[in-house]
Structures are given as structure tokens and as C-alpha cells.
Design a protein around this ligand. Structure first.
Ligand SMILES: N[C@@H](CCC[C@H](N)C(=O)O)C(=O)O
Length: 272
């Protein structure tokens, strides 16, 4: 069959987007097909695939996200902004806000000029200093699930950090099995402003940006230094995104938001 798709990116994290509101694509979009579509040499090429499906519990849509390896993930922050921008255009008039069900909970996307701001689910499973040590990597490994699992390590020299080697070691470390984890390497530029690089589970490589990783890194930066909301995060793709939050306790958060770009690139058709 011929698949109609859209290509979008959020801060350089790139996605194939398909409209599956009538569920006619569900049988076709198996893990192997998604991995073939995301292949950068033989397919469209992307870090993941987003599918728009009908909501089941009262939101506007259901959000499905698949990593480049074809496996489904609970959430994707940059993908959520692209999903928000895409679905905002599906009605007769452009919507200012859309809501969607993800495995990590129901989220909202607000169109804010050029940017999309996501109201994220409440982070969970925080562990400051997990005690896990990685050879040749200085710095404590902190853990936070911001929809998907993340390790955050603060380093002195982000450019010199071997993100792929250390990232893969952390991603497959037995301490985070069986789900595994994404791995973020962060540097404080000034209080309230950090830069990060991320190794993504399911892509098994460094990506140009990771939204849930930015949120995890910003919240851990706050917990370690007291830097107030909002926190600015620079990513490898060259953008700076903004993370907002409110505290509900010493180590608990609510009203966590992620604001940044979500851009259409092209649309096309491909035989699957
Ligand atoms: N790029 C994403 C995260 C996508 C899911 C992740 N690779 C996982 O499997 O946990 C983001 O922007 O948050």
C-alpha cells in the first residue's frame, strides 16, 4: 500500500507523522515496517514515528509513539510538540489547544506563536545519585521518569563527553533493566541555563534533542542548585527550550511544561 506521511521535527529530533484516525494503518504499521521507514539510508529517515489515533477517554486524540527501532515508547516530548502542531491543523479552524492520551497520561499542547508548549505528566521515580558508577565518567548518575526513563549526569566538558559510548553503557546497565533508560549529559552554563546532549533508547544513538530528557535535566538541575522556574536548555540541534514547573514538596513537581519549536518539513508517499 501507499502510505501518506508528513515529516516534522522538534528542535532537530525528527519524526514521520501519520494520520491513523480511522485505524486503517494499524495492521500495516508493525515494528519492522516502522524501523524500515525510519531507516536513514533505505527509508524516509527519522528518530521515530508518530501516529494520530482516535481518543478512548475523552481527549481530542490518542498519541502513539514508536522509536526508530520500531518499539513503542510511552511518551516523547519533542514528538508531543509535533503531534500538537499537526493535530491543531486537523479541524476546520486551527486549534489553540489540543489534548491527547499517551501511555504516560493525558497531555495538552498549547500553540504559543512559533512554539508549542506541552503540559507534561508529573515526573516520577526520582533518585538523586543512584550510586551507579561508569568507568571513565565523572559525576553522579541521577534518575527521573518524565514520561520515559532518564538518567542525568552533570559533566564539566560536554563537547569532550563520549555521549554514544557512555550513553550506551548507561542505557543497557543492569541497574536500569529491563526497561533500560535514556542518558543525558548536562553542563551548567549559568544558574537556570544548562546545555545537554542525549543518547536515546530505541534510536541507540545520540539525537539532536530529547524533550523528556530536557525536562528531566532541568528538574534535576533545580533540585541540585535551587535554580528557579523557568529553566533554559540548549540542545545539540542549536535551539534553546524552556522548562517550567511548580513545586508540590521538596522533591515533587506539578504544572511541568516544555516549550519549543515544532516544524513541518515535507509530506510524501512511500510504498509499505
Ligand atoms: N525523543 C523523545 C523521547 C523518545 C522516547 C525515548 N527514545 C525512549 O524510548 O524512552 C523526547 O523528545 O522526549
Amino acid at each position: 500500500m501507499l502510505l501518506h506521511f508528513y515529516k516534522m521535527n522538534g528542535a532537530g529530533n525528527d519524526f514521520i507523522v501519520v494520520d491513523n484516525r480511522d485505524l486503517s494503518l494499524s495492521a500495516e504499521l508493525d515494528g519492522d515496517t516502522i524501523a524500515a521507514l525510519c531507516d536513514r539510508h533505505r527509508g524516509v529517515g527519522a528518530d521515530g514515528l508518530l501516529a494520530v489515533e482516535p481518543a478512548e477517554n475523552g481527549a481530542d486524540y490518542k498519541f502513539r509513539y514508536y522509536n526508530a527501532d520500531g518499539g513503542e515508547a510511552e511518551m516523547c516530548g519533542n514528538g508531543a510538540r509535533c503531534f500538537g502542531r499537526f493535530t491543531a491543523h486537523l479541524g476546520e479552524e486551527m486549534a489553540e489547544r489540543v489534548t491527547f492520551e499517551t501511555i504516560a497520561g493525558t497531555l495538552a499542547a498549547d500553540m504559543v506563536g512559533e512554539n508549542v508548549r506541552i503540559a507534561m505528566s508529573e515526573p516520577k521515580d526520582l533518585k538523586l545519585d543512584t550510586g551507579v558508577k561508569i568507568e571513565d565518567l565523572e559525576g553522579d548518575l541521577h534518575f527521573l521518569n518524565t514520561g520515559v526513563p532518564h538518567v542525568v549526569v552533570f559533566v564539566d566538558d560536554l563537547d569532550e563527553t563520549d555521549v554514544v559510548e557512555h550513553g550506551a553503557t548507561i542505557r543497557f546497565h543492569e541497574a536500569f533493566a529491563p526497561a533500560g533508560t535514556n542518558a543525558n549529559f548536562a553542563k551548567v552554563l549559568e544558574p537556570g541555563h544548562i546545555a545537554i546532549r542525549t543518547y536515546e533508547r530505541g534510536v541507540e544513538d545520540e539525537t539532536l534533542a530529547c524533550g523528556t530528557g530536557m525536562v528531566a535535566s532541568a528538574l534535576i538541575h533545580h533540585l541540585l542548585t535551587g535554580a528557579p522556574s523557568p529553566i533554559q536548555v540548549d540542545v545539540e540541534g542549536g535551539d534553546t527550550l524552556e522548562i517550567g514547573f511548580e513545586k508540590t514538596g521538596d522533591q515533587t513537581f506539578t504544572n511541568v511544561t516544555l516549550a519549543g519549536p515544532a516544524d513541518f518539513v515535507f509530506e510524501g508517499e512511500i510504498e509499505i
